[in-house]
Design a protein around this ligand. Structure first.
Ligand code: NAD
Ligand code: IPM
Ligand code: MN
Length: 363
């Protein structure tokens, strides 16, 4: 039996509430299939940890995490600890230390999901965002000069290396080719006259290696508008770190809300662990009430199953989420329901078990 070791960082706010539900699902899958098991090791890092020990994670935290192939993370950040400290010392530190340079965020409208747009069909919203996740606007480089003085200046630098830009764009082209879908690049070369001019050039150069992939290039402002007016034009999408962050929250809103949007932070070379997380944050406004939607966390568990090579189970988990939405009975308040976080998670588990039973009897 194969043992898959997962490091779990439940984190802050609703993080622990939703992660438990994802773990329920992963355990269910492993129990149904005796060929593999998951071993979960919990790390209590986050803002509470910071308030006790004045650090977001252990000094050797990154070393500790290297023992795992996958990390399952809830959310990081909570009032009381400045966001730039909590995020840079935990979430962003992990993404960077483990060179998780690909952030895969599906924006897919599932049947039954509530959505704000009129006149769209399910198949009109099916985007796969590939967000650069290691540099760009998140390089963390800058300066703060003459603090408090009249001539105060703050500089936040972006870094777009050739290596970093080429590898994410190539990854996106490979994905589009494999999935036989078009690829859109979203940038802003008209105003960002170094970084995005370079990005556009690299995109154009690499596109020549992929004559079979249909491409488009958009300015980010127009892309934001078109995602709402004509979402079906976007299939595979590649974009920079910051634009990807913003546009995937927008995309989440189109496809059922933040409670239903998942992300995988991948180190494709598998030299380091990859990390799976919902794209939402710690939601301090609803934390501790057992009303957070666990479906994003469960969807990211499905991405993890794909990562381990258990794609049929990854699909099955996504199908269970969709069936729960179609049933429409057990939903959290963000989806106009009245159920608790754990009721929703348990229903997903029951749907998976029932599907497995049906398959067994039909065999
Ligand atoms: P947020 O995503 O936490 O919340 C935005 C809104 O969406 C809130 O009204 C919240 O209640 C709602 N929401 C989010 N997830 C939900 C869910 N699963 N179910 C139901 N409703 C949900 O964003 P924010 O309020 O801007 O940030 C809060 C904190 O989280 C900040 O410290 C921020 O830096 C951090 N953050 C962390 C991550 C991460 O760890 N990956 C991501 C985003 C924000
Ligand atoms: C996300 C989050 C993070 C990001 C924050 C919390 C640093 O918003 O994962 O989308 O900007 O990448
Ligand atoms: Mn975000």
């Amino acid at each position: 039996m194969k043992l898959n070791k997962i490091a779990v960082i439940p984190g802050d706010g609703i993080g622990p509430e939703v992660i438990i539900e994802g773990i329920k699902v992963l355990k269910t899958i492993a129990d149904l299939d005796q060929r593999f098991q998951f071993e979960f090791t919990y790390f209590p890092w986050g803002c509470e940890y910071y308030s006790k020990y004045n650090k977001m994670m252990d000094e050797d935290g990154i070393e500790k995490l290297k023992e795992y192939e996958a990390i399952y993370l809830g959310a990081v950040g909570f009032p009381g600890v400045p966001d730039h400290i909590s995020l840079w010392d935990l979430l962003l530190k992990i993404r960077k230390s483990f060179d998780q340079y690909v952030n895969i965020r599906p924006i897919t409208l599932l049947n039954g999901a509530p959505y704000p747009l009129k006149d769209v069909k399910r198949e009109d919203i099916n985007m796969l965002f590939i967000r650069e996740n290691s540099e760009g606007e998140y390089a963390g480089a800058g300066d703060w000069l003459y603090k408090g003085k009249e001539q105060e200046v703050v500089i936040q630098n972006s870094v777009f290396s050739r290596k970093g830009t080429e590898r994410i764009i190539r990854y996106a082209f490979d994905t589009a080719r494999r999935e036989k879908r078009s690829l859109s690049s979203i940038s802003k070369g008209n105003a960002l006259n170094y970084s995005m001019v370079f990005w556009d050039q690299v995109f154009e150069d690499i596109s020549k290696e992929y004559p079979d992939v249909e491409t488009s290039s958009y300015l980010v402002d127009a892309a934001g508008m078109l995602m709402i007016k004509d979402p079906k034009r976007f299939e595979v999408v590649v974009t920079s770190n910051l634009f990807g962050d913003i546009l995937t929250d927008l995309g989440a809103a189109l496809a059922g809300g933040l409670g239903l949007a998942a992300g995988a932070n991948i180190n494709p070379e598998r030299e380091f662990p990859s990390m799976f997380e919902p794209i939402h944050g710690s939601a301090p406004d609803i934390a501790g009430k057992q009303i957070a939607n666990p479906l994003a966390a469960i969807w990211s568990a499905s991405q993890m199953l794909n990562f381990w090579g258990y794609e049929s189970y990854g699909k099955q988990v996504l199908a269970a989420i969709e069936n729960l939405l179609i049933e429409g009975k057990l939903l959290t308040p963000d989806m106009n329901g009245h159920s608790s976080t754990s009721e929703v998670g348990s229903r997903v588990v029951d749907i998976i078990k029932a599907a497995f039973k049906r398959e067994e009897t039909s065999r």
